[in-house]
Design a protein around this ligand. Structure first.
Ligand code: NAD
Length: 461
């Protein structure tokens, strides 16, 4: 495989797919159960890889990767039979007697390209959907989390049907080679610029794509009246920024929007909350992941070192390049045209943008590309309604953050620049299936006027 990891790959998987074995419910169940065993038996190996690549604490790794995957597998095993069974559809009376069913069929041989920040979750969650739907799969994890990519390859090739599910390791050039092949579906998690490359390649073969992208997720923070609500809100905001892969998450809060008159209280609450979560020396606590590599570290450093950003720091700001560590950092009112407010931050920098009135947040949000998630911490039902109905985002979450990711009953995905297509739970099954309409007619009733020759008599009917 080392010389040309893509050679004969697609042909081999297509042969397996054409054999029909991946379509069997028993095959799908076996792979899902084997994935469960993999996660349960190799938890330590996974923890080590995540520690090595990202400095994630095992609790964080379990909370964000292994735990949600086990939950998703159990959900899929419970739902699979029903999902596969299809559904009836009504036909117009004119077609009587007839019946129709919508039957899901696998798309074929699919390619999953994933990102580095949740190397197991973002690879295996779509893989679960692809298996449930009965596809053969090639998975290309990100080269930026090499220990995780290597563990994924070893474990998947050991636990799963290696003739139907393969992991190909490598970076951009391997990704480009894979894109030369003909796939029946490409499921991509990553950045918008690479998504455009993937879509261009997919267009050559009319391959359908799912794009799980990122962007800047805003959090509108209203001046909550009760101190209990404020305390809980602060914990949830901080955990979803500094406490989840150090902010290197597509659904992390990117920036806060708050009213001017509330901001001094807000900053104090955020400072106190950060101190109690990460202590005076957060680097020593092991509760914050490391920045993935020097390139990303320097990208974040440059964002912070822009003079107007630097001047806006109200908390934190220290960087340790040798340890790829950035302290939780809060910025107050960096100009909207600086990097921290124009680029997706993807790190532990938290800008707060102040406005006269909280309702003005709608205009600000609408001035930017549609985010993957819009968060709002408020008890004001009118504001909730306006935020939901007047803005567009992949999802909207009130009074919490990140939790939506773990719910199988709601779709996960973006809109506009944050992507398209959706997955999790049954939505993953649908994303990797084609729902075929099967219509059955009988010979009992037949209308003579539907057939040529056309004549005046038929015209007058
Ligand atoms: P990226 O686009 O650089 O890389 C993603 C994947 O594409 C990697 O596996 C990479 O090797 C591959 N790749 C890169 N160039 C390629 C090419 N020319 N041809 C084929 N494959 C290529 O993104 P990233 O740095 O891994 O991830 C960061 C971005 O992903 C952020 O924007 C983040 O918001 C987004 N993201 C989104 C989600 C989501 O679920 N919506 C989850 C995680 C990350």
């Amino acid at each position: 495989m080392a010389a040309d990891p893509c050679k004969d790959l697609e042909a081999e998987l297509r042969e397996t797919f054409e054999s029909g074995r991946t379509k069997e419910e028993s095959w799908r169940r076996l792979q899902l159960n084997n994935l469960l065993s993999l996660l349960e038996e190799k938890e330590d190996v996974i923890f080590q890889a995540l520690e090595q690549d990202l400095g994630k604490h095992p609790i964080e790794s379990y909370r964000d990767e292994i735990g949600p995957l086990i939950k998703s597998l159990n959900y899929a095993l419970n739902g699979l039979k029903k999902w596969m069974s299809g559904r009836k559809a009504a036909l117009p009376l004119a077609a009587f007697p007839a019946s129709a069913v919508l039957v899901p069929e696998p798309l074929g041989v699919v390619l999953i390209i994933s990102s580095w920040n949740f190397p197991f979750g973002l690879s295996l969650e779509p893989l679960i959907g692809a298996i449930c739907a009965g596809n053969a799969v090639v998975l290309k994890p990100s080269e930026l989390a090499p220990a995780s990519a290597s563990v994924l390859a070893d474990l998947i090739h050991t636990y799963l049907d290696v003739k139907a599910i393969k992991v190909v390791q490598g970076g951009v050039s391997v990704g480009e080679q894979l894109l030369q092949l003909k796939w029946d579906k490409i499921f991509f998690t990553g950045s918008a610029p690479v998504a455009r490359i993937v879509m261009t390649a997919a267009a050559k073969n009319l391959t359908p794509v799912t794009m799980e992208l990122g962007g800047k997720c805003p959090a509108v923070v209203d001046s909550l009246s009760s101190s209990w609500d404020k305390t809980i809100a602060m914990k949830r905001i901080l955990a979803s920024k500094f406490g989840i892969c150090s902010g290197q998450a597509c659904i992390s809060i990117d920036y806060i929007i708050a009213e001017k008159k509330f901001v001094s209280t807000l900053v104090e609450l955020l400072k106190a909350g950060t101190l109690s979560m990460f202590g005076v020396n957060p680097k020593e606590t092991n509760s914050m992941a490391r920045i993935i590599n020097k390139n990303h570290f320097r990208r974040l450093k440059n964002l912070l070192n822009e003079p107007s950003s630097k001047a806006s720091i109200v908390y934190g700001g220290s960087l340790d390049e040798d340890n790829l560590f950035i302290e939780p950092t809060i910025l107050l009112d960096p100009p909207l045209e600086t990097g921290v407010m124009t680029e997706e931050i993807f790190g532990p920098l938290l800008p707060i943008i102040t406005l006269e009135k909280i309702e003005d947040s709608i205009k600000l949000i609408k001035s930017k590309p549609k985010p993957l998630v819009l968060y709002a911490f408020t008890n004001d039902e009118g504001l909730k309604k306006r935020l939901s109905s007047e803005t567009s985002s992949g999802s909207v979450v009130f009074n919490d953050a990140i939790v939506q990711y773990a719910a199988d009953s709601i779709p996960f995905g973006g809109v506009g620049e944050s992507g398209f297509g959706r997955y999790h739970g049954k939505f993953s099954f649908d994303e990797f299936s084609y729902e075929k309409a099967v219509v059955r007619r009988s010979y009992l009733v037949d209308f003579w006027f539907r057939y040529p020759p056309w004549n005046d008599h038929k015209l007058q009917l």
